[in-house]
Design a protein around this ligand. Sequence first.
Ligand SMILES: [Zn+2]
Length: 233
Amino acid sequence: MRPAALSCLLLLAAIGAVAGPLRAADADCPAIAIDDDAGVAADTRRLVCQGAGAALTFLAGHGVQPQRRIRVALRPTLRSGDTHLIGRYDRRSDRIELLTFDAAAELSVTDALFGEAMDAALYRSVVAHEVAHAIVEQNRSPAQRSRVPHEYVAYVVQLSVLPATTRARILARDDAPAYASVDEMSWIYYLLDPGSFGVKAYRHFVGLADPRRFLDELLSGAIRAESDPMDRW
Ligand SMILES: [Zn+2]
């Protein structure tokens, strides 16, 4: 399977400026703040809110809650210069950068995410992936030093929030088996084929007897994942 047009650079350095407390007034777009210096269409904003809401609901259902507001910047091109990415979470600024829906759709013509044409559901799943990164970072113990759990949780959330029919197509295209354990999860494999890493992570997650406990132990560092080759946290 073609590696997805999505990945996240989880960069060195401590979390930067902390956003404000969550406010009940944002019930239609919970827990996130959207920076919109591009005059983004209301449709894209709505998709972002829906995607973020899906991630929040999924993770809350497994006992993982956001600790502070998540900042999302919508742009026609990513300021990072990553022309092959739809979304990106940056630990340094504790912000998500996302292409607008139109820009994501244009990119997907030549670099299809999971082999799928970009549509509203797939775009929402990208938002969910990036929001999951932010929530993982907000809940990750310093004892968990690997980036593998970040991508594991992000892909589990992303595939979980997709419509069942879309997810079934993606899984049918990629016969990569479930990870048997965290010990098998490899940062190098993620870099080589992020889409298959995600599929293997999802298949592992849905096979767990106690997924809530697994996530808790993963975030706390009780379960240690492989450290990155250069350990660049
Ligand atoms: Zn990611």
